[in-house]
Design a protein around this ligand. Structure first.
Ligand SMILES: Cc1ncc(COP(=O)(O)O)c(C=O)c1O
Length: 369
């Protein structure tokens, strides 16, 4: 039996250990310390933005963003119907309503053609998610946002370093959000970041992140704030990981190329795309199982497991999840409903070897002969 092949695992080396040790030895173990600011500045620079606000995780990044933009009760926010649930949940935290929009059949990202019909007088923002590492089609969305005077929030939790028309994602939103959870391109264990070019939004996020208190006036709480801070230890890990991000992306793309080559002639599998405008970083190498040809995704997952290969189902459509099911009356969500139940993430770690990829593809081929 081969060694277990995980879906994903962090790629931690000597550099990470050394930076975290330095942070530990400095005594700055909470959210003060030189690594926090360094990580914020370096990550913002990497994405081509002016300001970075680090936070405890990607969910808090979204929540902080929505609060900084003043989204609240009575407002509506457009979200893709296919995305990790934090996107809809954080909208719900603010008392506003998440309005799901269907996705494109090939990129699995929000369909710009279907956004306009969901805009009402209450709509304040559109959240763009770059699912599984492929950028959404940003330009038409920015055009719609401009026409209706809406904020654009990018959720690039799954797409660090992916590019849209030659620019890194996270460059386009009024505020852009990232997660550094253990399975992300770079990790801080738990962690997240908001990026913006707007000084006022930056100041607002800094205020809300730290109990509504400014650095210059300790213990004077101007507004009800939160503790959403990242620690210096986590930031130290982030700084080391950021130095390796281009290498990680190169490996992800190389692995995807091999997967695509080995799986390309299987008619029961749909492979992930890379549109002309995109640089896909293949955060998760993801495929669709063409059920209509008699193959069953859940059975394939079980069979892979028997061969010691980890895999994962796609996110369920937000409109099918219990907290949202009765609130979403919309019938035009067919693409997301079809894709979500056919999708499968295959092992995607940067530590994956080409031998392992060949083994996984061979097992897949054998399963369905
Ligand atoms: C698109 C997206 N947004 C938000 C999050 C939430 O990030 P976190 O798990 O760091 O809270 C995730 C997490 O995987 C995600 O994939």
């Amino acid at each position: 039996m081969n060694k277990f092949i995980p879906l994903s695992e962090p790629n931690i080396g000597q550099k990470e250990i050394s930076y975290v040790q330095k942070a530990l030895r400095s005594g700055w173990v909470s959210s003060l310390g030189r690594y926090v600011e360094k990580f914020e500045n370096d990550f913002a620079k990497y994405c081509g933005r002016r300001y970075g606000v680090s936070v405890s995780n990607g969910t808090m990044a979204l929540h902080l963003t929505l609060m900084a933009l003043g989204i609240s009760k009575g407002d509506e926010v457009i979200v893709p119907n296919f995305a990790f649930v934090a996107v809809a949940n954080t909208v719900t935290y603010t008392g506003s309503k998440a309005v799901p929009v269907d996705i494109e059949p090939d990129t699995w990202n929000i369909d710009p053609q279907k956004i306009e019909r969901k805009i009402t007088k209450r709509t304040r923002a559109i959240i763009i998610v770059h699912n599984y590492g492929h950028p959404a089609d940003v330009d038409p969305i920015l055009k719609i946002a401009k026409k209706y005077n809406l904020f654009v929030i990018e959720d690039a939790a799954e797409a660090h370093g992916a590019e849209y028309k030659g620019k890194k994602v996270g460059k386009f939103g009024n505020i852009s959000c990232f997660s550094f959870y253990g399975n992300k391109i770079i990790t801080t264990g738990e962690g997240g970041m908001c990026l913006t070019d707007d000084e006022n939004l930056y100041k607002r996020m800094m205020l809300l992140r730290d109990h509504g208190m400014r650095k210059e006036k300790k213990y004077w709480h101007e507004v009800i704030g939160y503790n959403y801070r990242l620690t210096n230890l986590q930031a130290a890990l982030g700084c080391a990981q950021l130095e390796k991000i281009n290498e990680f992306i190169k490996i992800k793309r190389r692995n995807a190329k091999l997967y695509k080559k080995l799986l390309k002639n299987l008619p029961w599998i749909t492979l992930p795309v890379e549109k002309k405008y995109a640089k896909n970083i293949y955060w998760m190498f993801s495929i669709l199982i063409n059920n209509d040809m008699g193959y069953n995704r859940d059975l394939i997952i079980k069979k892979l497991k028997k061969a010691n290969i980890d895999s994962r189902v796609f996110f369920y459509p937000i409109s099918d999840l219990p907290p949202y099911k009765n609130k979403v009356k919309d019938k035009d969500l067919e693409v997301s409903k079809k894709i979500a139940y056919r999708g499968l993430n295959l092992p995607s770690s940067t530590k994956l070897t080409s031998r392992e990829i060949k083994y996984i593809c061979q097992i897949l081929k054998n399963l369905c002969q």
